[in-house]
Design a protein. Structure first.
Length: 314
């Protein structure tokens, strides 16, 4: 027994676990999609950056002998007072649209939460149809609505007793055209934001709402203390997506007013197109578009930074 007790125990070294080889087939299957997406996204951006650093007008487009001029195009654009006027107009246009979109979308989402099954289905169907309407088709409908002689809006206003709107030319007034474009973009944007917010709201536990109502909290108190804090990230994400959507809005503005009357509705995308096509200065147009991208990225980074701080403090 003593010899057995004193016998050293031989420890068997365990073999190192074999590393499992990752299958290569899934990566090969998604590689064409990833490469195509990267090409479609990166090539136009890189090409635009190159053009913005060149002297690239109509002669260079034909001959293909563009030469690099460094940051000369950016200096020329940034020293133009008209560019800064367009920037201010774009910021103002974006702020109005995004605020209206988020407020109306939140109200619609809250309405969907409270509606019964049948009415909810009808409202969601209308939102989906609005969202699915092509941009050109919706813009053409708005042109018909505000047509001076045969437009429904003028007919309705005159029927209500506003005779000053008989044959009123909406698109000859800068402020009126600006308001029509805001209405159009908000109308097109609300469905996506409202449905996204509704999908997020139904994930909030109902027990929290019941406890708040038992404590006597009203609708605004419930929203500000439960719904919004729990869905802060979702509200931030949708706000960022709507900022991007509004800033890059081009088709609606170009079809309705082409940036007019005067320069009342000229935003950065329209201004870049006007510079490139009307003046045939594709280099300056590329510089304007790149500056727009930089301004947009800086604004979104500032917003995300503020959102991150609020999340840390919470």
């Amino acid at each position: 027994m003593t010899l057995l007790a004193e016998r050293p125990v031989q420890e068997t070294a365990s073999a190192p676990p074999k590393r499992r080889k990752r299958p290569v087939l899934p990566y090969l299957l998604i590689a064409p999609t990833l490469l195509t997406t990267a090409y479609l996204l990166l090539y136009p951006l890189v090409r635009n950056v190159i053009i913005s650093l060149q002297e690239f007008g109509l002669p260079q487009l034909v001959r293909g002998d563009a030469k690099f001029v460094g940051l000369a195009n950016y200096v020329k654009v940034l020293s133009d007072p008209e560019f800064w006027a367009v920037v201010r107009r774009t910021l103002w246009f974006t702020a109005i649209n995004v605020v209206l979109i988020m407020v109306l979308s939140t109200l619609v989402a809250l309405l969907l939460v409270r509606l019964g099954k049948g009415l909810r289905f009808l409202v969601m169907g209308g939102l989906v149809l609005t969202w699915a309407t092509p941009i050109i088709a919706a813009t053409t409908v708005f042109q018909w609505l505000f047509q001076s002689r045969l437009g429904v809006v003028n007919w309705a206003l005159v029927a209500l007793g506003f005779e000053e709107y008989r044959d009123y030319t909406w698109f000859a007034d800068g402020e009126a055209t600006f308001g029509i474009l805001v209405t159009l973009i908000v109308w097109q944007s609300v469905p996506f934001a409202a449905l996204s917010l509704y999908a997020a709201m139904i994930t909030v536990p109902q027990e929290l709402y019941e406890a708040a109502r038992m404590d006597g909290a009203g609708a605004w108190r419930v929203f500000s203390t439960i719904t919004f804090p729990m869905l802060r990230a979702m509200f931030g994400l949708i706000t960022c997506l709507e900022v991007i959507w509004v800033v890059k809005a081009f088709v609606q503005i170009w079809v309705i007013s082409q940036g007019g009357p005067g320069q009342a509705t000229t935003t950065l995308p329209v201004y870049a197109f006007q510079v490139a096509q009307s003046l045939q200065r594709y280099d300056l147009g590329a510089a304007v578009s790149m500056l727009m991208v930089v301004l947009l990225v800086l604004a979104l980074l500032a917003y995300f930074r503020q959102l991150y701080r609020q999340e840390r403090e919470a």
